[in-house]
Design a binder for this molecule. Structure first.
Ligand SMILES: *Cc1c(COP(=O)(O)O)cnc(C)c1O
Length: 367
């Protein structure tokens, strides 16, 4: 290894394949037809992966991490006369509210437990309020790794004819999402999660009919989704400002690999298999999950930190052996997370688990 390479057991950025890294080893001019072809190819493939088409949706690419995409949608699509209901069950839903607060976007936040899926029977009374024009929520709340019922929530939103904003950052690419059939207005994801690309670009599916009436709403130049959309549509995929060229080259390779290895359904099964083996061994080592398994997404598992267990020490031990767990602490819970997305194999998972087992064995012995 040329440098200190670790295997990332995190929910992104994550371990990428050699060919994805290789794709970035070239310089690309942005005002050139080859670059336009690259962007248009990515946008077209994403439409297919999202089970929709260019007639109904446009995929808008925006420089920055996933949050830039969420901020762009919230600040470009909700007029001062509108109001967004944010259904929140974790840090990323809270971040949506923070974005609205900063930008003076009218919003209402409804908070729920971050270790449970959003309760379908409790959200309708808020969704149906007549001053609510938009409803925003997170599909897979990466905070505790809780999966929300996308179809169930979309049915309620559509029944009441509200505009939907779905943060599918950590789910798109790893869960089949029929964007057209579910009639989703805005869905945001990014290059560096289940698509297995490198960080640097947010990907926004925008329903053309809905985004078409958003001209002039945004009070930011660079985050203006409508303008980015118009420009991309009219200029054959060109970005308004310098585009993340190498990130896009890597993304196209990552998407091709996703397609050639069997697509989203297959990737979902792979994740589920890896998570199952992690869960089996962690349980055997005495760790308990914070979230009920049927509400836990297949991309990440949250474990309660046992009493007298020094997670920092465990983390450093795993790191010294080449395995990066997810160190971020959960708000209000003593828990840690192990992600299983990215280019990691069953062998990698086995090696990580063997390492965890040897740590726990030592720890138990000296108690
Ligand atoms: C990763 C993630 C984001 C975006 O975070 P960035 O740090 O901006 O990439 C937003 N929502 C969810 C659910 C996420 O998992």
């Amino acid at each position: 290894m040329l440098y200190d390479q670790k295997l990332l057991f995190t929910p992104g950025p994550l371990t990428t394949s050699a060919s994805v890294k290789q794709a970035m080893m070239k310089d690309i001019g942005t005002r050139d037809t080859a670059f336009n072809d690259l962007v248009q190819s990515i946008r077209g493939k994403l439409l297919t992966l999202g089970q929709t088409d260019a007639y109904t949706h446009s995929v808008v690419l925006l420089q920055g991490s996933g949050t830039y995409g969420v901020e762009s949608v919230l600040s470009s699509t909700i007029a001062p006369t509108g109001k967004v209901l944010i259904l929140e069950n974790g840090a990323y839903g809270k971040r949506m509210a923070e974005i609205c607060e900063k930008a003076h976007i009218p919003f209402e936040k409804k908070s729920f437990s971050m270790i449970r899926s959003l309760p379908l029977d409790e959200i309708e009374e808020d969704i149906c309020k007549h001053d609510i024009t938009h409803v925003a929520f997170v599909h897979c709340e990466t905070t505790a790794g809780v999966m929300n019922d996308l179809e169930g929530i979309m049915n309620i939103i559509n029944k009441h004819k509200k505009i939907s904003i779905v943060d599918a950052m950590s789910s798109f690419g790893g869960f089949p999402i029929p964007i057209k059939a579910l009639d989703i207005d805005y869905l945001i994801t990014s290059s560096n999660k289940c698509l297995h690309g490198v960080p640097g670009v947010a990907l926004i599916f925008a329903k053309k009919e809905t985004i078409g009436s958003c001209k002039g709403i945004c009070r930011s130049l660079s985050l203006d989704l409508y303008e980015q959309y118009r420009y991309m549509e009219e200029q054959n995929g060109a970005f308004r400002f310098t585009s993340p060229t190498q990130v896009l080259a890597a993304l196209e390779t990552a998407i091709d690999e996703l397609i050639h290895t069997g697509g989203i359904e297959k990737r979902h099964q792979t994740y589920a298999g890896l998570q199952k083996s992690i869960q089996k061994e962690m349980e055997a080592l005495g760790f308990q999950t914070l979230v009920k398994l049927k509400e836990q997404s297949v991309i990440i598992t949250t474990y309660v930190i046992p009493e007298h267990f020094d997670f920092c020490d465990f983390y450093e031990y795993m790191k010294a052996h080449g395995f990066l767990l997810y160190s971020g602490k959960l708000p209000s819970y003593d828990a840690f997370r192990i992600g299983n997305i990215g280019e990691i194999t069953q062998e990698d998972v086995n090696a990580m688990l063997a390492c965890a087992a040897s740590y726990v064995k030592e720890w138990s012995a000296c108690r």
